[in-house]
Design a protein around this ligand. Structure first.
Ligand code: CA
Length: 230
């Protein structure tokens, strides 16, 4: 049974979410405070987190960032303000999905199921297919979801990792930004292809050499998109 943590300070909302998720067969725990929520995510085994943005203690931005430093599990961020959602997206904190309150509980359940299934697929794909991709100095462990460049580990957010491993698994093929967006952000109803550009930039900062303008791994094909160089 999948275990979900809801970090939400409005108890009526948390209870509504919990009731629907429990009815759908999930085990659900709730926390109202950001610090305590983070502590539980890091200290226990959860399969997914539903994270409110404005929280007492540590806010949702920081909680998300800290979870991502240590764990790979789906994070769905929720906020009452559309502007906040846009802001979080722009920050690239590594949340998997964003929802604006109020939303229908059935929509939440659908997204939770979709994200759990997607993570399962990614993990299983890693086990059955070729787990390790090694191209020049870059090594990607798809099962452990870890990346090294010249032996040094680089910490990537979930989406950065998904995007990099997708490109590296399909080397030399040029992908349009739209294609990459569909492939990696399939579950999200909001967003645009600029997200792809932002994530490519972040990946490059982490894996490319900085003493040259020429990219070693991810090449920009002007007017078209990107290609992972083999
Ligand atoms: Ca709140």
């Amino acid at each position: 049974m999948s275990r979900i943590l809801i970090i939400e300070d409005e108890t009526s909302i948390a209870e509504l979410e919990r009731d629907y998720l429990v009815l759908s067969g999930f085990e659900v725990e709730c926390e109202v405070d950001g610090n305590r929520g983070l502590e539980r995510v890091l200290g226990e085994e959860f399969d997914l987190v539903i994270l409110d943005l404005m929280l007492p203690g540590m806010d949702g931005f920081e909680v998300c960032r800290r979870i991502r430093e240590q764990k790979n599990l789906p994070i769905i961020m929720v906020s009452a303000k559309k502007e906040d959602i846009d802001k979080i997206r722009g920050l690239g904190l590594g949340a998997d999905d964003y929802m604006t309150k109020p939303f229908s509980p059935s929509e939440l359940v659908a997204r939770v199921k979709a994200h759990l299934a997607r993570y399962d697929r990614l993990v299983n794909a890693g086990v059955h297919a070729n787990d390790i991709i090694q191209i020049r100095g870059l090594k990607i462990d798809k099962t452990a979801r870890r990346v090294w460049v010249d032996g040094e580990e680089k910490i990537l957010t979930t989406k950065e990792f998904d995007l990099l491993s997708f490109l590296a698994q399909n080397p030399n093929r040029v992908f349009r930004k739209e294609e990459l967006f569909r492939e990696i952000w399939e579950m999200e109803s909001i967003g645009d292809i600029a997200t792809v550009t932002v994530h490519i930039k972040k990946i490059r900062e982490k894996i490319e050499k900085h003493d040259t303008d020429k990219h070693q791994y991810i090449e920009t094909i002007w007017g078209v998109g990107y290609r992972f160089k083999l």
